[in-house]
Design a protein around this ligand. Sequence first.
Ligand SMILES: C[S@@+](CC[C@H](N)C(=O)[O-])C[C@H]1O[C@@H](n2cnc3c(N)ncnc32)[C@H](O)[C@@H]1O
Length: 328
Amino acid sequence: MTVTGHGHGHEQGHGHRQDRGHKQDHGHGHGHGHGDIDWAVMAPVLEQNAEVTAPVYREVAAWLRDVRTVHGGGAAERGDDPALIVDAGSGPGVVSCLLAEAFPASRVIAADPEEALLARAAARATRLGLADRVGTHRAELPGGLGELAPADLIWAARSVHHVGDQVAALTALAERLAPGGVLAVLEGGLAPRSLPRDFGVGRPGLQARLDAANEEWFARMRADLPGAKETTEHWPALLTAAGLRHVATRSFLLDLPAPLDDAARAHVVATFERYREFAAAPDSTAGLAPDDLAALDRLLDPQDEESLHRRADLYLLTAHTVHVATAR
Ligand SMILES: C[S@@+](CC[C@H](N)C(=O)[O-])C[C@H]1O[C@@H](n2cnc3c(N)ncnc32)[C@H](O)[C@@H]1O
């Protein structure tokens, strides 16, 4: 398996199918064509990432409550919880469950094309005692949400960029909003930083070069999507074009200073492992210089005193941007 790392401050890495070009023949039930990412393999990484980012999601949820009070209609203005929340492209449902906790009167549907991820979402909801309010629905944007009741809040985090036609995806989401409903799209932000510019191994500035490599991967990932269309990613304008009223954009900082706890450290290690595997892929265009690859190897070697596993200076600083629009 080939995997890769962050992108645009919004990717936390992707299991990358090795059988590139043969995915329709692959017997893992993923041949429905949304790139060559093996989401089932990615599940633990997505979970770990979302769990480490939980403080941000709680802050976002509190902000969404305020946005609904100011800009939503009817029940929202009275401060009531949204009756139905849809988490579109929910992955393993970590955020679906956080939303259910933040809005204790809401019903939440975790919607995703991947059965394996939905199964994890359902198991998590059961584990957390939320199964009566958190359900799952198999759906692949831009279609797929049509059978659901209109939603009062739709949350789409890092999922729209996995759809070939992002405009069609946003339009489909907009169409599923109840009157006065709110669509919140998490896309973009800032790429994560975890090391000082000069961390004593190799050439300073490694993370900026990893970002550049990841941008290459991201562009290819998008170009390979079925029906891929180039879109200027001006999210407020795209939301307006989807027939909504853009009301706010805000970025949320995840600021975990050194020393990191075990979970955050494991997350950073996993991220760098994906950078390394991506750079080593036979079809990689990462273009990392040999000294950067050598530095990555040292960072990933648990026996090395300078490795990510052992360093005292490891931190996690990143930002996530949320664009919010309401049904007119
Ligand atoms: C980067 S993950 C984000 C998961 C989750 N929203 C989070 O922030 O943790 C992208 C998710 O989008 C889903 N996805 C991919 N293509 C999709 C599509 N066409 N429609 C809806 N979801 C899609 C994937 O299965 C995956 O769960």
